[in-house]
Write a protein that binds this ligand. Sequence first.
Ligand SMILES: [Zn+2]
Length: 148
Amino acid sequence: MAQEIRTPQFLCLKCRYELAGFEIGQVCPECGSKIERLVDQSKLSNSKVVAVMIFGVLSLLSVVLTVVLFPFQFIIQWQLFGITCGLVAAIYAMNLRYGVRTGKIPFRSLRWIRLVSIFGWVGFVLSILLACTLLIGMLLLIMMSKSI
Ligand SMILES: [Zn+2]
C-alpha cells in the first residue's frame, strides 16, 4: 500500500483517467478534455484535510460534551464555539473539493473531505439546536421563578 502511494500517478483532473505517458496539450482519451496540467497525485499532501478535520471534530465534541454535562452546567459559549467550528469545517470542505478539481488536493482525500463536510454540518446544526434549547430552557426557568 505504501509502495503504491509512492509511484507517480498522473490522473485526469476531470475524470481521473490514468494519464501516464501523455503530455500537456494532448486530449484525455476518456473524457476528451484538454490536458492542461499533469499533477502527480502521489506528491500531493493530505495535511490541509487533516487540519480542517480538527474543526469538524471540535464542533461535534462541543455538542457531545454539552449533552453529557447539561444538567450540571449551562455553557452557551460551547455552542457558539461549536457553531463556529462546524461552519469553518463545512465551508472549508467546499474549498477542499475545489482543490481536488484544480490538482492541489489528492483524489484519495475525497472521502475524508466528505467526512469533514458531514462533521461540519452536523456539528453546526446540532450546536444551533442545542443553543436554542438551552436559551428556551433558561427563559422558562426565569419565567417560572418570577411567577412563584
Ligand atoms: Zn479525462
